[in-house]
Design a protein around this ligand. Structure first.
Ligand SMILES: Cc1cc2nc3c(=O)[nH]c(=O)nc-3n(C[C@H](O)[C@H](O)[C@H](O)COP(=O)(O)O)c2cc1C
Length: 215
């Protein structure tokens, strides 16, 4: 997984230009949604974007929470989906298989912006979606899926970095998964000395609905 974390996807244009305004009060619900959607699409395309990494929280069968960092691999505003790649042998994959509820979290310290998204996750493993994402990924990103030790396994010593496989070596595909997280609402919090702004967007109607919340 380490190589996957370090791999930089292709850069997009305008990656430092955040379309999200800093004052939520000045924006309509549709304006906020369009801006955050553009921001997350840009974040999926650029390793230098401040929202490129997110925290994904899951619960295990005992109800205990688990949170970890992942790379944002894709965002689809129309389907209201965020996706990331993972190892199908990992504890998080098992947790999602037992309980699809996940919480997604980002914090951009420069803009003092927090994004929280409750979602339901679907694991694509051994299907066309996983195969397409696998073939689009870089050899360096694929390397971590070739290890014989699954994530979280106890070891006697640290493992050496796995070598990037040849372009036609698809052995890692057996443990490669795409996790698609679909959502209906999201929450934003922007910190201001003059008054913090927190809103929830409800996205299932024809137009987004904005609810102002106490921060
Ligand atoms: C910067 C960074 C990026 C990471 N990206 C991913 C990722 O895209 N997918 C992933 O499964 N794990 C990623 N990891 C590793 C996870 O945080 C976690 O340690 C690993 O997936 C095992 O999680 P689990 O035991 O909860 O399943 C990343 C870690 C860091 C620090």
């Amino acid at each position: 997984m380490i190589a996957d974390m370090m791999a930089a996807p292709p850069e997009s244009e305008g990656l430092h230009d955040s379309p999200l305004g800093i004052r939520l009060a000045a924006e309509s619900a549709a304006g906020i949604w369009h801006a955050i959607a553009a921001d997350l699409a840009a974040a999926a395309a650029s390793a230098r974007h401040p929202l490129h990494l997110l925290t994904v929280a899951t619960v295990d069968v005992a109800g205990a929470p688990h949170a970890r960092t992942v790379v944002l691999r894709g965002f689809d505003a129309d389907c209201r989906e965020v996706w990331f790649h993972t190892d199908s042998r990992s504890p998080k994959a098992e947790q999602i298989g037992a309980d699809a509820r996940v919480a997604l979290h980002w914090y951009d310290a420069t803009r003092r912006l927090q994004i929280r998204i409750p979602a339901r996750a679907v694991i694509h493993h051994g299907d066309a979606i996983a195969a397409t994402a696998w073939h689009a990924s870089r050899p360096m990103s694929r390397a971590c899926y070739t290890t014989s030790e699954p994530p979280g396994q106890a070891l006697e010593a640290f493992l050496p970095a796995p070598s990037p496989p040849a372009a036609d070596d698809d052995r890692g595909l057996a443990s490669f998964a795409v996790v698609c997280c679909r959502f209906d609402t999201l929450e934003l919090l922007v910190l201001h000395a003059s008054g913090h702004e927190r809103v929830r967007l409800r996205l299932t109607g024809i137009e987004p609905i904005r609810e102002i919340l106490a921060p």
